[in-house]
Design a binder for this molecule. Structure first.
Ligand SMILES: [Zn+2]
Ligand SMILES: [Zn+2]
Length: 114
């Protein structure tokens, strides 16, 4: 791994980097995996973020039952379009979004196969 650690954050569930989450994702308004505005949600676990002298723990939420491929794909390309790190292929957030997309595809295939 790289030596540089941007913030004192505890690793989140499902490989989520807490520093990469938006305020809306931390407050449970949007899916922590794909960034879609939540209607139904399922708990993902918690992340802990160090801000000033305090540690704050946020519960994370994701689309229920799963992120759709459309949402996950839109999140992945939307992120990559504005991300320098993704261009060099070393972006953990980009990788996580692509993983969410792959998981959504697998889920859709599993449902389709019946
Ligand atoms: Zn989602
Ligand atoms: Zn990226």
């Amino acid at each position: 791994m790289k030596g540089h650690q941007p913030a004192t954050t505890a690793p989140g569930p499902a490989g989520i980097d807490p520093a990469a989450l938006t305020r809306e994702q931390l407050h449970g308004w949007r899916c922590a995996l794909c960034g879609t505005l939540l209607t139904g949600d399922r708990p993902l676990g918690t992340v802990t973020i160090s801000q000033s002298p305090t540690l704050t723990t946020y519960p994370l939420w994701a689309c229920d039952p799963n992120c759709t491929t459309e949402n996950a794909w839109r999140a992945a390309i939307g992120h990559a379009a504005g991300c320098e790190a993704c261009r060099t292929g070393e972006c953990e957030t980009g990788q996580r979004l692509l993983d969410a997309y792959s998981a959504a595809i697998r889920q859709e295939h599993a449902e389709g196969a019946g």
